[in-house]
Ligand binder design. Sequence first.
Ligand code: G3P
Length: 219
Amino acid sequence: MELFVDTADTNAIAELAEMGLIDGVTTNPSLIMKSERDIFEVVREICDLVEGLPVSAEVVATEAESMVAEGVRLSKIASNVVVKVPLTWDGLKACRILSGDGTKVNVTLCFSANQALLAAKSGATYISPFVGRLDDINLDGMELIAEIVEIYDNYDFETQVLAASIRTANHVCDAAKIGAHVATVPPELIKKLVLHPLTDKGLASFLADWKKSGGEILK
Ligand code: G3P
């Protein structure tokens, strides 16, 4: 499974990119607002930081023609920009036009398998089902990931399932087990994936024994 980072925080992206941990970046209007930066400036910087990896930038128009116009502007920032459009009727129209022109499109705000079916037929490169927001209303977000993976597999759709609104370490592991192509994860959660109490306990005991041995590796 590919791991994207879900943020517009360039410091966090730079650290993760340097470690080779991420395969792409996703942003949305809320994350851009949080960065307190101009969308063109911040997306350009992100595209430079991740050198050719996919970077999703979202349109804010609600009507197809304007979504396409915004998408064209965003895609001019860099060749690795993926235009994000919402899963509405107009979003699907825009997806069809943009993908027909060779632009990669991430269809976002997906909450049902039927929506995902339509997005695939419209030529989406990625479909973004929101796991956490379904869990928030007491539905099973991961069940939606499983349904979409099954449907896309049944018919060999090329659209990649990008599990979004990922909130927990279990979400990441479950998305990988189900076969999502990508999970987009906030940087703080990516950092938490490394943690295990037995790792800390084991390291503490190794270091205590090493101290007793009086040995040195770097003299
Ligand atoms: O980028 C879309 C998605 O990942 C948002 O997540 O936590 O705001 O539901 P969240």
